[in-house]
Design a protein around this ligand. Structure first.
Ligand code: ACO
Length: 458
């Protein structure tokens, strides 16, 4: 049976601290408690004008710029100092020493696995890598040029139809097997998407291989009986998966939590995360960086491109900027070193020169410096993926495989959090006041035509 994750430890409340608010509309004063550096938005409701139709004060925060939606014990980020830790462990140490599955366990359970736990976990993942044969038919139905993220997203959602008991989300055993299935089957589905686009036969999982080696085998194996991945590629992908494994309340994780808060099955909730990751402002950025560098075409065109970005007329500098990191993205530093390792094997990527020049100019330019725009994790990952021969539109799929443990840990933490309810933001209504219905259609278009009515009667 799955070990239920430890309840998040709550930081001590700032006892007695409060925000004193005077409402200039009524001159009334309120005291709103401050706990863990936050006030509860619900405490603002008591502040009202006294009018019968006043529901009380709300906070307005489009895109959640300054709203904490949960307590979480999984990932810590200090955006100003460039710090990222999973369950307290610095990302640099995990990337250097851990395996991806060790990190997956850590994210969910809060502690690193001991040998017995790890061996069992690896065994469970390895023995759930196969997908139902009907999945093949499902995938074969996609067009030859379907985007692999669209295929991955809908196929993962489709898993809910194969495992109807996964809807018992408060049964720890069901939750555990769903988590194992998602971690195990997503690389298989991802590899099948790749092979489908290439028109190549699907390669079934090889249980003798490690998680990453098996994925590379399903992607790249041709006629050889056993696939031997380049160890530098295997380690690079393992590190990239670790770097992507969680990033607290980002767009896709928030999507998983919000959809999961309706108590839908985990496959449906995770597919919402994959959908969010597909977007070019989120995980889709790694793909866009490569397209951008390709469009620039030559180092000599970089200054002109930067000027276009600054003028706001061109596109954004993809792979730059982050909602949280305002000094540097610690993952980008690790990825840059990793890129050097991979390029030693395959030679320098032809677009690396352009990327380096973009970075050099942007890091000196007042436009980027004053807005605290630094390379994010996506700036260099694409170059690594391409030098490993992954097609550009497959990059975000690789991100999704890496992010799977984080989505799952966050989903389970949300479910077990007694404070959570179905996600349901408020709004400030800006539409018309009540008005009577008056059709603007011409008379015959209204309702059903006589012919339609006759047809319905038959
Ligand atoms: N290129 C040029 N200008 C930028 C960029 C960029 N990459 N990013 C932000 N800016 C500018 C904005 O135009 C804005 O300028 P203004 O103040 O003159 O209006 C200012 O910097 C602040 O930007 P916001 O859009 O308010 O920042 P926000 O936190 O909303 O956006 C985001 C963060 C989406 C990552 C943004 O920086 C961006 O679009 N970057 C490019 C896409 C990208 O690389 N995404 C991957 C993010 S990492 C990840 O998801 C794994």
């Amino acid at each position: 049976m799955a070990e239920a994750p430890a309840k998040p430890k709550t930081a001590p409340a700032t006892s007695g601290a409060a925000l004193e608010i005077t409402d200039s509309r009524t001159t009334k004063t309120y005291s709103v408690p401050i706990t863990d550096g936050a006030i509860r938005a619900n405490d603002l409701k008591q502040i009202n004008t006294g009018a019968a139709d006043d529901p009380g004060l709300m906070s307005y925060d489009p895109a959640f710029l300054n709203t904490a939606a949960c307590r979480s014990a999984i990932t810590y980020i200090d955006g100003d100092k460039g710090i990222l830790r999973y369950r307290g462990y610095p990302i640099e140490q995990l990337a250097e020493n851990a395996t991806f599955l060790e990190v997956a366990w850590l994210l969910r359970h809060g502690e690193l696995p001991n040998q017995g736990e790890y061996d069992q976990f690896v065994h469970d993942i390895t023995y759930h890598t196969y997908v139902h044969e009907n999945m093949r038919k499902f995938l074969e139905g996609f067009r030859y040029d379907a985007h692999p993220m669209a295929m991955l997203n809908s196929t993962v959602a489709g898993l809910a139809s194969f495992y109807p008991s996964s809807r018992n989300i408060f049964d720890p055993e069901e939750r555990n097997i769903s988590i194992i299935r998602l971690l195990a089957k997503v690389p298989t589905i991802a590899a099948f998407c790749y092979r489908h686009v290439k028109g190549l036969p699907f390669i079934y999982p090889d249980n003798d291989l490690s998680y990453v080696e098996n994925f590379l085998s399903m992607v790249a194996r041709m006629s050889e009986s056993k696939y031997k991945a380049n160890p530098i590629f295997t380690r690079a992908l393992e590190v990239l998966f670790i770097l992507h494994a969680d990033h607290e309340q980002n767009c896709s994780t928030s999507a998983v939590r919000a959809v999961g808060s309706s108590h839908v099955d985990p496959f449906s909730a995770i597919s919402a995360g994959i959908a969010a990751l597909f977007g070019p402002l989120h995980g889709g950025a790694n793909e866009q960086v490569l397209r951008m560098v390709g469009d620039i075409g030559d180092v000599k065109n970089v200054p002109k491109f930067i000027e276009e970005v600054k003028s706001g007329k061109g596109q954004k500098l993809m792979g730059f900027g982050h909602r949280v990191y305002k000094s540097y993205d610690p993952r980008a530093k690790i990825v840059k070193n990793l890129a050097d390792e991979v390029f030693k094997v395959v030679g320098v990527d032809k677009d690396l020169e352009i990327a380096l020049e973009l970075e050099r100019i942007a890091l000196q330019d007042d436009y980027f410096v004053s807005r605290k725009l630094y390379p994010n994790v996506d700036f260099y990952t694409g170059l690594i993926y391409r030098s490993m021969s992954f097609p550009t539109d497959f990059f975000t799929v690789l991100f999704a495989i890496g992010r799977m443990p984080g989505w799952l840990a966050q989903w389970e933490e949300m479910l077990l959090d007694k404070e959570q309810k179905i996600a349901r933001p408020r709004q400030i209504y800006t539409g018309p006041a009540e008005r009577p219905y008056k059709s603007a259609l011409s008379a015959p278009s209204r309702g059903k035509s006589t012919k339609q009515k006759d047809a319905l009667r038959q």
